[in-house]
Design a protein around this ligand. Sequence first.
Ligand SMILES: [Zn+2]
Length: 85
Amino acid sequence: MPVLKTICDIVPEIAADAKERFGFEKCCTDWRDLRQQLRSKAAQPQNPQPQVPQSAPVAKFCGKCGSPLNEAGKCPNCDNNQPQA
Ligand SMILES: [Zn+2]
């Protein structure tokens, strides 16, 4: 559902009329007002993007001693490279 924010026209009557007719929230007669509004909006986002959960790395553990395997998939404790089943 789009939201009609601001209608802008150099003639105040036209801007006000269009605002009522089309259901805009605001009207203005200077496009620089719009730019100002956009800037303040950009500075304070109303709908921040939700944090995308990072998939946690699957931890593997040594099949012999249960130590966490390192990035190479080897046990730093006993050099075993077979993870737990
Ligand atoms: Zn081990």
